[in-house]
Design a protein. Structure first.
Length: 111
């Protein structure tokens, strides 16, 4: 899984696009988990920290797999991108999601 795919997976998991509602708090938890995995922590260690892992258990394996298979710089870029996403207003978030979906070929480009 590349960083674009994981970015989209994370933000879609914690978004309700119908109502333009976003769980930024859970995206931030994913960022924190990525930092832990980047620094060598295991899934079990992160799961043991209930304050961190609560409500994001379903994506921890993906986060760990990504962080252990790419250079640390790539993990840092994903963390930065998720941070920018959490700071964006809701209309911008929906546009960001649409752009990434188009770049990944998940929706057909309008021509």
């Amino acid at each position: 899984m590349n960083s674009f795919e994981l970015f989209l997976d994370i933000v879609l998991t914690f978004s309700d696009l119908k109502w333009s509602q976003f769980r930024d708090d859970l995206v931030v938890k994913c960022m924190k988990a990525l930092r832990k995995f980047r620094d060598g922590r295991s899934v079990g260690e992160v799961l043991a920290d209930k304050k961190l892992s609560s409500e994001i258990e379903g994506v921890l394996e993906k986060l760990h797999s990504f962080a252990s298979s790419v250079p640390k710089e790539e993990v840092n870029r994903l963390i930065d991108a998720l941070g920018m996403f959490t700071k964006a207003p809701a209309p911008c978030k929906t546009k960001i999601i649409s752009i990434v979906e188009t770049m990944l070929g998940r929706v057909e480009a309008k021509g």
